[in-house]
Design a binder for this molecule. Sequence first.
Ligand code: SAH
Length: 431
Amino acid sequence: MRSGVCVDCASRLEPVIILKRPMSNALPPTQLSVVTLKRGESDRIVAGHPWVYDGTIASVRPRPADGDAVWVRDVKGRQLGTGLWNSKSKILVRVLAAEKVEINTAFFTDRIQSALTLRRRALPATNSFRVVNAEGDFLSGLIVDKYEDVLVLQTSALGMDQRKHEIVAVLQELFAPRAVVERNDISSRRLEGLPEQVGVLAGALAGPVTVTLNGLRFAVDPLGGHKTGLYLDQQVNQRLVAELIARTPGARVLDAFSFIGGFGLAAAQAGAASVYLLDQSEEALAAARQHAQANGLTDRCSFEAVNVFDWLKARTAVGTNEKLIPPFDAVILDPPSFTRNRAAVPDALRGYKEIHVRALKLVKSGGLLATFCCSHHVDPVTFQDVILSAAFDTRRLLRRVAVFTQAPDHPIIPSIPETEYLKGFAFEVVR
Ligand code: SAH
C-alpha cells in the first residue's frame, strides 16, 4: 500500500488500460480523397475546430464531389479527421470526427445519442429542447429541435443536407416522433449552394404543437415560427429571471423584445402583478397574447407592438423641470443580435448602450435589470462595460446578482469559439 493512501483508493489509482476497439463504423473500406493542410494550419483542427478554409489547404487528391466524405491530414501525413467536402462553400471541409470513420447511419446514431444523453442529464424536466446544436455537438451543419413529439431539422451545410434522409431515419429510430419537419429557410444555405426549403419530411403535422416550458404552455408552429419555433436557448434563463422577480411580490415588469412571451409570462406566473410585453412583431405579440390566455395570465399582461428603441425614448423623455419616476420593479432586455460580423460591433455597442441608458431610467431603486446579448462578437466583459457605462451616465449603481449563459442544450465548446454566443446579467439597481 502507498503511504497515506487507503487500500480502496490505491486500487483506484492502478493505471487503467483501455484497448482501442474499432467503432462499428470505423475504417471505411473505400479510400477517400485526402485533403492535406498547409504547415501550421492543423493545430486548430487538432484542438477540435471543424472548419477547414480554402487558404489552409495544400492539396486535395483526388478531387472529391461536393458532399463527399474526405480525410484531412497535416503535411506530415498525420490523420486529422474525417469531414464533408463542399467546393461551393468558404468552409471547404467540415470535420465531423478526429478518426477515419464512415459518415453513415451508425455514425449519426452514435452522435445524436450522445447529444441526447447530455440533454437528459442537464435538462431532465423538459420534453422540448435542442437535440443537436451543430458544432456544439460535433455535427457541423445540423440542428435538430424537439418540441414534445415533433422534431425540427435544419441542415445548413451541403454534406449534411445530402444525408438528410439518413438523419431523419435515425431520428425516427431514436425518438419515434409524430413528425419530422424541415426548417431550411435560412439565408446561410445560399453560401453552401443550397435552396431554402420548408416542409414535412416524415410523419404528419397539422397545426401548432403545444409545448410546455417552465410550466407554461406555448403553441409553437414548427413550420412558421422564428428560428425553428422558440428561443430554446433562453429556457433556463426565463426560469431564473422569474425566480429573481418573484422576490418582489406584486412586481411591475417590463419585458422588452418579448417575442412570444417567454420571460414576461414566466414572471407573471411567478407572481408579478403586471407585465408589459413589447415586440415589434405583431405576429409574435399575437402569439404572446394567446399564451397569456392559455396560461390564465391575461389579467396581468399588456402587449404593445412597437419598436423598443422608440418606446424607451418616448417613455424616458422629460421636459424641463420634470423628473422621471421609475415605474418598473424589473426590466428585461433580450434584443436580437445587433451584429452580424465583427465590423458591426461598434454600432451594436452604441445600440446596447442606448437601450441600457433608457432602461436604467425606468427601474426603481432596489429593482432588477435582467439583460442579454446573443451576439458571439460581443464578449461578456465588453457587454458588461457597456452596461456600466450606461449606469454611469444615468448615475445608477448596480449590484450584479446573476450571470447567465445559453441553456445546456446549446453546448459551449471553448475550442470552437463560435459555439458561445448568449450571455446575460441580472443587476439589482442599488440606487
Ligand atoms: N425574449 C424572447 C426572445 C427575443 S428575440 C424569448 O425569450 O423568447 C428578439 C425579439 O426582438 C424578436 O421577437 C424580434 O421581433 C424583436 N425585435 C427586434 N428588433 C426590435 C425592435 N427594434 N423593437 C422591438 N422588437 C424588436
